[in-house]
Write a protein that binds this ligand. Structure first.
Ligand SMILES: Cc1ncc(COP(=O)(O)O)c(C=O)c1O
Length: 359
């Protein structure tokens, strides 16, 4: 029996994507070959790659000058790669510290420039999105880096910062979950590991705005230079063919569902179901401040810690898995990315209410 999986990532993908991907491993589009054995330079894979780039453009309404590329090394490699590509020696960037992933991006970027943490919610356990920025007048910031959705704490930006510099955004856990609308013009670079809302682990989407690269001085190793991958349309070397293919299928699915507007509607409705249970409960307590709550990762604890294990067991017995909170925060986290159905969320909500009635 298929379980309802609330795992934070790798996480569920649409069932039809699992089925199409399985078929492609056996016989890719009637070629008599597995997708896994065809050349990445073949016409067949070339079409996949083209469609994947095109779908990113379409779904996010990317204007001219924005280049989607598919890379390897996870979002974690972007922590240093973006700084290498965007910062000239001695230049500076503003970073907002909203948790583990932004802290890691700060640590890595510091190897390549002056990194100023202009706001942080560390002192309050990363339970909110800080918006009071402290600027250092002597610095001329190239960009501001934010993590749009904080997978571990369950916080999310619902309003993009109003600052006079390009935003560099880690969207690993909320890419394609909502439209960017005009906000795209604020974005100098977007990156996202695939394994939450986009596809399987193994590929990272990076979207680079051309002008962001103009400050670069000197040579970078070929593979670490965004220009290499932009020029070769993500096929300078052998790209991760299977993760790109599955990501392409997932993007097709998103498009068929009505695109990012439809995703946002669906995601808001799903999140509301769980937050309503939390807000009306004497047992469950939300982790994140209400105004910054994530539509992707719903984090909560139990007021009585002793009941945590029984609750987890109760969920497992009822087919719901993957809700244990991140080891650094504890409690619970229900990840309800695009592919999670409203019915799946309603089942978890019912289990929460049922558990509370029983104890
Ligand atoms: C917001 C965010 N950024 C970065 C990462 C790191 O991604 P990767 O494991 O692809 O390096 C994660 C992983 O969960 C994440 O949630």
């Amino acid at each position: 029996m298929k379980k309802i999986n609330f795992s934070a990532g790798p996480s569920i993908l649409p069932q039809e994507v699992f089925e199409q991907a399985s078929q492609a491993v056996l016989d890719f589009n009637g070629t008599g070959l597995s997708l896994l054995e065809i050349s990445h330079r073949s016409k067949e894979f070339g079409e996949v790659l083209d469609e994947a780039h095109e779908l990113v453009r379409e779904l996010l309404h990317l204007p001219e000058g924005y280049h989607p590329i598919f890379l390897t090394g996870g979002a974690s490699s972007q922590f240093f790669m973006l700084a290498m590509n965007l910062l000239a020696r001695g230049s500076s960037a503003a970073y907002v510290d909203t948790g583990t992933w932004s802290s890691k991006s700060i640590k890595e970027a510091r190897r390549f420039g002056i990194i100023d943490v202009v706001a942080s919610s560390a002192s309050e356990g990363y339970t909110f999105i800080p918006t009071d920025y402290t600027w250092r007048g002597e610095l001329s910031y190239r960009y501001m880096h934010i993590t749009s959705n904080n997978t571990i704490y369950g916080t999310q930006y619902h309003k993009w910062p109003e600052v006079d510099m390009p935003l560099v955004v880690d969207m690993s856990s909320d890419i394609f979950s909502r439209p960017l609308d005009d906000a795209i013009d604020k974005m100098g670079l977007i990156y996202a590991g695939a394994q939450k809302n986009m596809g399987p682990a193994g590929v990272t989407l990076v979207i680079v705005r051309e002008d962001m690269l103009r400050h670069r001085e000197g040579e970078l190793p070929t593979m670490l230079d965004y220009r290499t991958h932009i020029a070769k349309k993500s096929a300078y070397n052998t790209p991760p063919v299977f993760p790109i293919y599955v990501s392409m299928l997932t993007m097709r699915w998103v498009k068929a569902q009505g695109g990012l507007e439809a995703m946002e509607k669906r995601n808001s409705a799903k999140a509301k179901v769980l937050y309503d249970v939390i807000d009306n409960s004497n047992l469950f307590k939300g982790v994140a401040r209400k105004k910054d709550r994530s539509l992707m990762n719903v984090t909560f604890t139990l007021k009585d810690k002793e009941l945590e294990k029984p609750f987890l067991d109760f969920c497992t017995e009822n087919n719901c898995v993957g809700i244990k909170g991140h080891r650094s925060v504890g409690g619970f986290r229900a990840s309800i990315y695009n592919a999670m159905s409203l019915e799946g969320v309603q089942l978890l909500a019912e289990l929460m209410r049922d558990f509370e009635r029983r104890v």
